[in-house]
Design a protein around this ligand. Structure first.
Ligand code: FAD
Ligand code: SF4
Ligand code: SF4
Length: 478
């Protein structure tokens, strides 16, 4: 064991500096700064190099965390980058947006009584150092292959598959209905969690590596899946989930009641310098407004924090359970509170009120009752407790479901689960259609960037095996 490690007894956990809330409220820049190299080495050296590293077990990519922590502690940054990038396509993005408290860091068993190693921040530091030093190279293959693949969707799942397949030498064509690459990493997740240059520089690298992007191209509208199957040797569907869950309460149609993703996309586009009429005319802009966000997940947290930065007059978050039962990450709830968001716990919306446009959300106070069969406490309304929360902009952030893909693609043979997600063989990742694979949110339901990466990498391996097997069979038949 290197002498440099096991420093947790001597060194306390330190996260990178977080900007003051007052400054954060005025811009969309990321809220955490980067580690200084010496600080990163120090923090990495706290790792006790566990024989069975639970951090690694609970990382969806099974990243070799103890190894890259040790290399960072020893200042061997290029090697640390090689280890970190061997299992993760976007370590710098995961380091920023993974809910580490539920994954790697939440399972760091450094020693009872000591805080976990700051794994995510070190991971980000390693790759930022690699970019600065020019160690991150485009995905160029050693040998070009004749076969080609189509990838539908340029989110983390699609991009991870594209990178792996390109390195293997395939001609990789990525199709996306958006005008930029990145999926929800570009139009969903706000800048203050993930600055867009971080995503855009990967896009540049992939183009330099020969991945061909066909943007503003919607499969099912501009081109059919059948056409892609004819043209390419295998297809990967990674289209994500975009259908906003709704609440069937009176007043939902009032102007000023909007869906979370429409609101966040408008904000992200504005930050990218695009002209967004609905942002400019105020319908998707919180400036000067009393904003109410309904929901308790991470999307709701992104909405409240975006509204604060847009200069809302007030921002409240209505959630029907309490803080302890919130699905969103506690880190994000704390950040939102620091930035001035008011949480109205145990409150369920009944109706949107207003004449001609929304003026408030009527809600009922709830209390937590007995646990149900899953062990989760049931919420019950408190009779006569209804109240009105003032709102000129009400944002519904209740989660997402998949679109009806078999219908959108005109392919009834694409089997779906009862939730509408695509069914795949969990070993081969192939859908019910020969040579058509799928992964990411369209298979899992709304999930995480890191799981999208995992699926994309796994699918690339399966697509490679499928194409090579097909080629071998064709050769044998000659
Ligand atoms: P997506 O990222 O959704 O990409 C799908 C792509 O497919 C899109 O570019 C879309 O344009 C394209 N597409 C769809 N249909 C078609 C079609 N018919 N033809 C062509 N292209 C098509 N995860 C985290 O880990 N951390 C976070 O902090 C976090 N924050 C989030 C915040 C918000 C507001 C949201 C909505 C999600 C957040 N997530 C977060 C979840 C994460 O972004 C997703 O799990 C992840 O992006 C899913 O990756 P994907 O590749 O499956 O799909
Ligand atoms: Fe932790 Fe996510 Fe990095 Fe895995 S990918 S080590 S879960 S931050
Ligand atoms: Fe190091 Fe914590 Fe992982 Fe153990 S669980 S190897 S201490 S980071």
């Amino acid at each position: 064991m290197a002498e440099k490690m096991l420093q947790f007894v001597r060194l306390a956990q330190q996260t990178p500096d977080k900007r003051e809330a007052a400054a954060r409220r005025t811009d969309f820049n990321e809220i955490y700064s980067r580690f200084e190299p010496a600080r990163a080495a120090e923090q990495a050296s706290r790792c006790s190099q566990c024989g069975v590293p639970f951090c690694q077990v609970h990382c969806p990519l099974n990243n070799n965390i103890p190894d890259w922590l040790k290399l960072t502690a020893e200042g061997r940054m290029e090697e640390a980058y090689e280890v970190a990038s061997a299992t993760n396509t976007f370590p710098e993005i995961c380091g920023r947006v993974c809910p580490q408290d539920r994954l790697c860091e939440g399972n760091c068993v450094i020693e009872k009584g000591f805080d976990s190693v700051t794994i995510g921040s070190v991971e980000k530091h390693i790759v930022e150092t690699a970019f600065e030093n020019g160690w991150v190279k485009p995905p160029t293959p050693r040998v070009e292959l004749a076969q080609s693949v189509a990838i539908i969707g340029a989110g983390p799942a699609g991009l991870a598959a594209a990178e792996r397949l390109r390195v293997r030498g395939y001609q990789v064509h990525v199709y996306d209905r958006y005008d930029r690459v990145g999926g929800l990493m570009i139009y969903g997740i706000p800048n203050f969690k993930l600055e867009k240059d971080v995503v855009l520089r990967r896009w540049k690298q992939y183009e330099a590596g020969g991945i061909q992007f066909h943007l503003n191209m919607e499969i099912g509208r501009d081109i059919t899946l059948a056409h892609l199957r004819e043209k390419h040797d295998a297809v990967f569907i990674a289209t994500g989930v975009y259908k906003a869950r709704d609440i069937a309460i009176p007043g939902s149609e009032l102007p000023g009641v909007v869906a979370a993703l429409d609101y966040l996309t408008a904000s992200n586009r504005d930050n990218l310098g695009d002209r967004v009429p609905a942002f400019e005319d105020g319908s998707l802009n919180a400036r000067g407004k009393h904003v109410v966000v309904i929901g308790g997940g991470d999307t709701a947290m992104d909405c409240v924090r975006t509204a604060v930065r847009q200069g809302a007059a007030s921002v409240a978050c209505l959630y029907r359970r309490d803080r302890a039962n919130m699905p969103g990450s506690m880190r994000e709830v704390n950040n939102a509170e620091e930035e001035g968001v008011r949480f109205v716990w145990l409150s369920a919306p009944e109706s949107f009120e207003g004449a001609g446009k929304v003026a408030g959300v009527r809600a009922t106070r709830m209390h937590l009752g007995l646990p149900d069969a899953t062990g989760r406490q049931q919420v019950e309304p408190i009779a006569g407790s209804s109240f009105i929360q003032k709102a000129d902009l009400a944002i519904k952030a209740l989660g997402f479901d998949p679109e009806d893909l078999p219908r959108a693609f005109g392919e009834e043979a694409l089997a779906v689960s009862r939730w509408g997600t695509l069914k795949v063989d969990h070993k081969t990742m192939m859908t019910a259609m020969e040579g058509v694979f799928a992964g990411g949110d369209i298979v899992r339901g709304a999930s995480l960037v890191v799981w999208g990466i995992r699926d994309g990498r796994d699918a690339a391996e399966q697509m490679h095996l499928y194409i090579q097997h097909k080629a071998a069979m064709a050769l044998a038949a000659e």
